[in-house]
Design a protein around this ligand. Structure first.
Ligand code: ATP
Ligand code: MG
Length: 191
């Protein structure tokens, strides 16, 4: 299996680049944001809990999030030749759990693609997206909170994965195809 974590601030292009990676390499996409938004759209109990965090720009608690991710991995692993983890991990605790989860299967994270985009551009993109996304978290106030949470809680994962030799920093400005080319070039087996 070849497992990729796609990492970056809110609106850095994780979802967009994941779609292209799936198309190119036939990997299985797990977007935690999408899983949660589906639960919200279906009005499930989990969706109600998720909405109370997401709409305020906060993270879902680690224990709940790890259970959700584990269920997705179990559901999809049989038919998968590798995963793209999009939006997970977002905390050091989640990264440790992901490593354990993969280790049990004799797998690991093979590469972490970090989309590096300045806050001013992230804010601009999310405001634009908010005009059509219908997402409860794409509004000015919540975007500010999401960036704060990203810098305080999620961005330390960059050093975590650098220390493990897995981090590939990608300049995240330019066209979608330019950024995708940079990603492909950075990947060990695929470049
Ligand atoms: P992008 O635009 O780059 O695809 P994003 O930050 O806009 O990314 P999602 O990854 O879709 O959006 O996440 C949306 C929200 O879902 C987060 O702000 C958070 O509240 C919740 N969420 C998603 N993944 C996690 C996670 N691993 N841990 C905790 N909360 C999460
Ligand atoms: Mg997304």
């Amino acid at each position: 299996m070849f497992n990729i974590v796609i990492f970056g601030g809110p609106g850095s292009g994780k979802g967009t680049q994941s779609e292209k990676l799936i198309e190119r390499y036939g990997l299985t996409h797990i977007s935690t944001g999408e899983v949660l938004r589906n639960e919200i759209a279906n009005g499930t109990e989990l969706g109600k809990i998720a909405d109370s965090y997401i709409s305020k720009g906060n993270l879902i608690p680690d224990d709940l999030m790890v259970n959700i991710l584990a269920a997705e991995v179990d559901r999809l692993a049989k038919t998968s030749k590798g995963f793209i983890f999009d939006g997970f991990p977002r905390t050091i605790a989640q990264a440790d759990e992901l490593a354990k989860m993969l280790d049990k299967r004799g797998e690991k994270v093979n590469a972490v693609v970090g989309l590096e985009v300045p806050d001013s551009v992230l804010t601009e993109r999310l405001i634009q997206r908010g005009k059509s996304s219908g997402r409860a978290d794409d509004n000015a106030e919540t975007i500010g909170k999401r960036l704060e949470v990203y810098h305080n809680t999620t961005s330390p994962l960059r050093d975590y994965y650098i220390a493990r030799g897995e981090y590939k920093g990608i300049h995240g400005l330019g066209s979608i195809d330019e950024i995708f080319d940079r990603i492909v070039t950075s990947l060990p087996v695929c470049g």
